[in-house]
Design a protein around this ligand. Structure first.
Ligand code: OAD
Length: 269
């Protein structure tokens, strides 16, 4: 493109689309009887937690083998050294951002009935959401690989690696899922149910690369939900199942949708 203004008009068109999609999203929320949000690492990026894939992603810096069960059993110290750096040091002192807070506000006001997250950072709970299905488990608990005792992941327990069970002396594993492990049963069941019930389904900040989590939005789509995707970049969902793709940072877009909800409600009073 060469300075004939077409670049600008394309940009304007994109901005107009984004704005009209944001407005549309607000209207759809107000019209929906069951709305569910499905979130990934992108929603926590603005809280300072790096996502997994793409430029600067965790998997460009660390080898994902640390989350493979065989590697963990064979090299618990090596595995734990990286796990602590990624999942415990990064998570310490982080707070929910505007996107998490908007979702908590929606639940509180009755606009959001459930939230499925692949994240293990607990930020949706910290923001105040209650109906959260943690598809990949959580980082706040550790579980003994032998006697299955569950304990809280305190800094004290993680000060000597690998952390050991105080009952049987075996290695403790974070209570989130490693590659190849099954999804926590209850979270899986609740997530499928929520996807099937959804009239409106938000996909926020996820690449769609990890299975079986990436099937949940597909279930929502096949069950008739309108799919709104919010992501900085296109994902595997964008040209496949998303009815509306709103390109941008979740921490900007979700508060904008909120503004339109308020405006729309004010007009109907
Ligand atoms: P990925 O790192 O694969 O994808 C993050 C997505 O967030 C990308 O599509 C980015 O474009 C988008 N993104 C980044 N910053 C954003 C922002 N500020 N606003 C909106 N979108 C943004 O993360 P996930 O899809 O969550 O599994 O990855 C799924 C699973 O892979 C994780 O749960 C983890 C990992 O292996 C386990 O730990 C078990």
């Amino acid at each position: 493109m060469g300075g004939d203004g077409s670049e600008n008009s394309l940009l304007n068109q994109m901005l107009t689309n984004t704005q009209s999609f944001v407005e549309k999203a607000a209207q759809l929320i107000l019209d929906s009887n069951y709305t569910c949000a499905f979130t990934g690492a992108g929603i926590s990026a603005e809280s300072g937690i790096p996502p997994f894939r793409g430029e600067g992603g965790l998997w460009s810096k660390y080898n994902p083998e640390v989350l493979e069960m065989n590697f963990f059993f064979a090299h618990p110290l090596a595995s734990w050294t990286v796990i602590k750096e990624i999942f415990y040091n990064f998570f310490t002192g982080v707070s929910p951002n505007h996107a998490h807070l908007a979702l908590a506000d929606w639940e509180h006001k009755g606009y959001l009935q459930s939230l499925i997250t692949q994240n293990i950072d607990q930020l949706h709970f910290k923001a105040g959401n209650k109906e959260v299905y943690s598809f990949h488990g959580n980082s706040s608990q550790l579980i003994c690989i032998s006697c299955h005792q569950s304990v809280e992941a305190t800094p004290n327990l993680l000060s000597v690696l690998p952390p050991l069970c105080n009952i049987c002396g075996c290695v403790l594993k974070p209570d989130f899922i490693f590659f190849g492990e099954g999804i926590p049963e209850e979270a899986y069941r609740q997530s499928v149910k929520a996807a099937q019930k959804s009239q409106l389904f938000f996909i926020i900040g996820t690449s769609g690369e990890v299975s079986p989590a990436n099937q949940i939005p597909v279930i929502a789509k096949e069950s008739g939900a309108v799919i709104i995707e919010i992501n900085k970049d296109k994902s595997l969902y964008t040209n496949r199942i998303s009815d509306f793709f709103i390109q941008g940072k979740a921490g900007d877009i979700l508060p904008e949708i909120n503004q339109f909800i308020l405006q729309t409600k004010a007009k109907t009073l």
